[in-house]
Design a protein around this ligand. Structure first.
Ligand SMILES: Cc1cc2nc3c(=O)[nH]c(=O)nc-3n(C[C@H](O)[C@H](O)[C@H](O)COP(=O)(O)O)c2cc1C
Length: 434
């Protein structure tokens, strides 16, 4: 059972998706968790407290001023009880109150006093979600360490179509599992506010070296495809994701080779990886080929230029007053070339930076390049991706598994990817034994 001995406080707000939190509650219970539910008054317009009382076999916390059922103040005692506080669905109104620190009902008062990780799964009409006030409130909560599970795009209860649907119960459960796997709660003493306290309320679990003895080869950064001696084709990749992956793999005990295109040298993880600096896609392929036999794992995180000029011009191209036509040819596809020759025991993971049809394109790439998993992100979203310190991805695995990793620092995304790598290696090991 995924959540055996775990305790969740589930917050339910007054939105049309409130009925889905009954399914979430039931799922958490089936996975072995203890659940306590706190509702806003408006939530009771959509779903009765009795539903949750029956599912959790405990009273719902609703009225801040009701006489306590045992002598305890729930907004304080519940704050020390839960391993995580998950608010699903979270309305625009409650998100705004949380961002402003307003504590005028049971749920928002509990939020302010809650000790552990807080997870918010918003659900609302697209215009409410995209309103600058909501965007600013979400950003405020993220800065304070609240884990946001972005809503999905699709048909909405109001009859419109767009972004705003509550993330699926599966996605919420996966995010909770991820979050708890990354955290060990400290002794439960009241904590200072996270913005003024350097010691966070939870810290990373220690690595037990599941990759020790393994060699991980990671490609990273952009490539530069020179047109003439002073101009090149490239993209805005900073290499931060590849470097975060290198650190995460090393923390799990791996020997790491990072094959990197031109990036700011200060981001390179020289302390934990052998660095192979290259410039072009062709050089990157040669470097990875040279490491091919010793690799147990390949992670293709580089943003390799798909095209280069057919013939690089030796001298700087001068203006002539006319337009200039460049003839481009395709670069080698590194992941595909390595995938074609990969041994059955080797694991390979690709990255798909897409601007549209993210899932379809990612799945197509995974099969074409014979990858074991692919990490897809939507680079049309300016809050994440290329130059940002954060990323939001979905990891698709060959066996059909799909894990949504909501927006978070690239270091945390890297750890989630390495978890998948460890599972894939273990799976291959088991397959070898039968
Ligand atoms: C039928 C109906 C559906 C609603 N659905 C949502 C919703 O999905 N998301 C949302 O943010 N607000 C929704 N609202 C508005 C909230 O109910 C309203 O802002 C309320 O003040 C939220 O209270 P709470 O945050 O204390 O639960 C809906 C209102 C109605 C009448």
């Amino acid at each position: 059972m995924m959540f055996k001995d775990k305790k969740f406080v589930l917050g339910v707000c007054g939105g049309i998706a409130a009925y889905k939190s009954a399914e979430l509650c039931s799922w958490l219970r089936k996975e072995g968790a203890q659940v306590r539910v706190v509702m806003t008054q408006h939530a009771t317009e959509f779903i009765a407290p009795l539903t949750f009382e029956t599912l959790t076999q405990s009273p719902v916390y609703l009225d801040l001023f009701a006489p306590p059922r045992a002598y305890e103040m729930e907004h304080i005692s519940w704050a020390c009880w839960g391993d995580a506080f998950v608010i699903a669905p979270a309305t625009a109104n409650t998100i705004a109150k949380m961002a402003a620190g307003i504590a005028d009902d049971a749920l928002t008062t509990l939020y302010l006093s809650f000790e552990g990780p807080v997870v918010v799964a918003p659900a609302m009409n697209t215009r409410m979600w995209q309103h600058p006030a909501t965007r600013a409130n979400i950003a405020t909560l993220e800065v304070r360490g609240v884990h946001i599970i972005s809503p999905e795009t699709g048909p909405l209860a109001c009859g419109e179509e767009g972004e705003g649907r509550l993330a699926s119960v599966r996605t919420i459960v996966d995010n909770l599992a991820y979050l708890l796997s990354q955290t060990v709660t400290k002794a439960r003493t009241p904590r200072a506010h996270p913005e003024t306290d350097d010691t966070t309320s939870f810290q990373l679990a220690d690595s037990d070296g599941p990759l020790s003895g393994k060699t991980v080869v990671i490609t990273s950064g952009p490539t530069h495809e020179y047109i003439d001696p002073v101009r090149f084709l490239t993209n805005p990749s900073s290499g931060k994701m590849g470097c975060a992956l290198a650190r995460a793999a090393a923390q799990l005990g791996a020997t790491v080779h990072l094959v990197t295109g031109p990036v700011n040298p200060t981001v390179l993880p020289e302390e934990c990886a052998t660095i192979h600096k290259v410039t072009t896609a062709e050089q990157m392929l040669l470097a990875v080929e040279a490491l091919r036999d010793k690799a147990d794992v390949f992670i293709f995180a580089a943003a390799v230029s798909d095209f280069r000029v057919d013939r690089r011009i030796e001298q700087k191209i001068k203006r002539t007053g006319n337009s200039l036509t460049l003839e481009l040819v395709e670069n080698p596809d590194i992941a595909q070339a390595i995938g074609a020759k990969k041994r059955p025991d080797q694991v390979s993971v690709g990255f798909a930076a897409e601007t549209h049809d993210v899932e379809a394109n990612a799945l197509c790439k995974m099969s074409r390049k014979r990858l074991d998993a692919i990490v897809a992100n939507d680079v049309a979203n300016p809050r994440i991706g290329f130059e940002s310190d954060d990323n939001e991805v979905t990891i698709y695995v060959q066996n059909g598994d799909k894990r949504f990793i909501s927006r978070r620092p690239k270091e945390d995304v890297a750890r989630a990817v390495m978890e998948v790598v460890v599972e894939l290696l273990q799976q291959k090991q088991r397959n070898k034994q039968v």
